[in-house]
Design a binder for this molecule. Structure first.
Ligand code: KG4
Ligand code: ZN
Length: 466
């Protein structure tokens, strides 16, 4: 019934967002740094007998999140505590701080989730928890708490791969069948995979250095965007998107990386380096040399510094005035990131068609992860999917960023498929590093597909007021 009413294929971003507003009514609202307990009207008025109920718990990075989802995909309740504001103040995630905040919040978040859902722990079919990949100290809190729960209430445990959960979230709101292409772009990851089944993935490419969200966060910090009145509480990527709308990307030239590497891998360190060089040049012109590092170090010397040192120093910079041209720099950085992502994704689409992994008719590209909430990047991807006749699907922003719903839903998917549902938790460990699927990125590079230029359409995109 629920599937018939709410699940339908939607090719445009606008329609997807419309679906999300329907789903949202049946779950709690989530705000940064706090959570709100709202019981759904729907559940108060309809007698309801689900067969499977999974509690999902997520603590892999800087969000403590939980949700209860049933086997029809209905979100019974969720709660989330975001550490974003704390980490914005410290200029990045400090793992022991993240661990402490997870410890302080996990019990409250799980209790709120159950309260919103109207479900007791005894009624649960299983507990699903992110165990990989992520920050070791953060993963440890969620796993330890979950193992105590499943031990006390004698529930099956479903260990979850964070990226698998991001990849499958779309199936909660759209009836998309395997196989489909997935682009995951977040603060910690950048991967292109083909989802062939619940736990069956082909890895086409990934970032060889940092993730796009990490790069945007670093540039935002380097621009001191937390001092900007319009975006003081936004994540770096969100702040860049917000300011880019008012800027002209043509004022600065930032080229998309890896133009001569005809594979589906990504790289964002060079872009970060070039953006930093532009910022330093502008700081010099505008006489902004606020930090100790700047006064002791000329821009030229900066460029000779080793990359790790440069990243460490720039990540630590919190002082400094805002440049007059932050909007233009934001627009140029966002466009270069979009162009790079689009070119690699275009090649992945062409590779999947050429190799017969995906059919040329009715194939789907799913985009997820925190950076997928960027409307400019989505519009750029839409140009590629229109040109290749793919459907473009993207979960609503609150399901693109880290959340408990995707973990609970992955648990449901695994229960249905009979995969990885454990009745003994002996030997369960978290894994900070974990790849997703079978790596065929070398084969993709060997085919070396030349991607046709969509430069004209993308240039038009830059002039569209999003
Ligand atoms: O998926 P996510 O919540 O956490 C993980 O990294 O797993 O993604 C967070 C990342 C951050 O780097 C943040 O700056 C970025 O997503 N982000 C955005 C936007 N909103 C969040 N990047 C670009 N545009 C946005 N609107
Ligand atoms: Zn994530």
């Amino acid at each position: 019934m629920f599937w018939v009413q709410f699940f339908s294929r939607h090719a445009s971003v606008q329609k997807i967002l419309a679906i999300s507003s329907v789903t949202r009514r049946t779950s709690k609202s989530v705000k940064h740094g706090r959570s709100v307990c709202l019981r759904s009207i729907f559940f108060n008025s309809v007698k309801y007998y689900p067969t499977k109920l999974v509690l999902g718990i997520e603590t892999s990075c800087d969000d403590t999140a939980a949700a209860v989802v049933d086997d029809t995909g209905k979100i019974l309740g969720e709660a989330l505590h975001s550490q974003n504001e704390v980490h914005l103040k410290t200029g990045g995630i400090i793992p022991p701080v993240a661990q402490q905040l997870h410890r302080e919040n996990i019990e409250r978040i799980v209790k709120e989730t159950l309260c919103v859902s109207g479900i007791s722990l005894d009624e649960l079919s299983a507990v699903a928890t992110t165990v990989k990949p992520g920050l070791a100290l953060s993963l440890g809190v969620g796993l330890e708490y979950s193992l105590k729960l499943v031990d006390k209430y004698k529930k099956p445990f479903i260990p979850i791969h964070h990226m698998e959960a991001h990849a499958l979230t779309i199936r909660l709101i759209n009836q998309v069948e395997f196989p489909f292409l997935v682009l995951l772009i977040s603060g910690g990851h950048c991967i292109l995979v083909v989802a062939q089944g619940v736990s069956d993935f082909l890895l086409l490419g990934q970032s060889v250095d940092i993730a796009p969200g990490d790069m945007l966060d670093k540039v935002a910090r380097r621009l001191s965007l937390t001092k900007h009145p319009e975006c003081c509480k936004m994540s770096g990527g969100k702040a860049i998107e917000h300011l880019a709308q008012q800027g002209n990307r043509l004022h600065y030239e930032l080229r998309a990386p890896m133009q001569h590497h005809r594979n589906c891998n990504f790289s964002f360190s060079g872009l970060h380096f070039n953006a930093t060089r532009i910022i330093m040049q502008k700081e010099k012109e505008e006489g902004i040399f606020q930090s100790k590092i700047h006064t002791n170090c000329t821009p030229d010397l900066w460029l000779y510094l080793q990359k790790p040192l440069l990243l460490t120093i720039s990540a630590g910079l919190q002082e400094g005035h805002l440049l007059s041209c932050v909007t233009d720099i934001a627009a140029a950085v966002q466009h270069a990131v979009a162009l790079h992502i689009v070119q690699r994704t275009h090649r992945a689409i062409l590779f999947c068609i050429k190799s017969g992994i995906l059919s040329q008719t009715n194939a789907t590209l799913v985009v997820s992860g925190g950076v997928a909430s960027n409307q400019y990047i989505l519009r750029a991807l839409q140009i590629v999917t229109d040109a290749t006749n793919f459907n473009l699907l993207c979960p609503p922003p609150r399901l693109c960023t880290d959340n408990g719903v995707m973990i609970a839903w992955n648990g449901i998917e695994r229960m249905r498929a009979g995969l990885g549902v454990l009745h003994s938790t002996d030997g369960i460990r978290y894994e900070p590093k974990a790849s997703l699927g079978i790596d065929i990125s070398e084969q993709v590079g060997e085919v070396a597909i030349k991607v046709p230029s969509l430069e004209v359409s993308l240039n038009e995109l830059a002039t569209i007021n999003l």
